[in-house]
Design a protein. Sequence first.
Length: 225
Amino acid sequence: MLTAKKIHEQINRLTINLIETGLCDAQNFPSINQYSGGIEEVGISDSNNSIFLKSIPYSEMYTQLMEQKNYNFRMIDGALISMLYRFKNNNLVSHRLSFFPSPDLETFQNEPELYWNDALYGDIIDKRIVTVPIRFDFDNDENTVKPITHPISHFTLGQYEHCRIPVVAALTPYQFLMFITINFYHTGHQKFSNQFTVFHDCFEATIFDEEREIIHIHTPRYSGH
């Protein structure tokens, strides 16, 4: 059973792994905060989570996150990764797993050779690329959940309020970081995710039958764990 303590330990281990890959140039180790009602939150100490709810331009939100160091990782291309989990009596009630690409590459303007000579930045400096933030959310509030309209676990593209693509289950930190690394940081010669500690634990499926009938995102299942 995945608890707040196990998620905290997983993020700690993966933080060390990501530092060792050289893909991030700044990081904040996770903390566990206790609240009344049996709530445990695994996140970043003193983070201002209200930023994510503000109706402000993406570039302004990104700047605030940067200035307040409200992220688990700042990647070498400026992208910010943040993970927040909430448990009640050892049961997951919500998570927000976010990937915010940098809205611009100021360093590229000043030192373009750092980018042109690095395969990791091949896509980033391609003029066809559009910056799109992504989020995996989990919210098991019975007053909010509605099949297809508001799946318990869902994937959001571009901060669109009503973009909620159903996901089979909540994601673990390992599953989320594997998704980000494989899709945004692998090159033809380097597979950074191979350097991650493997965690087989996963959350139980929460997808509704109606949501299985439409396009949705499958999450890996590991038997025997």
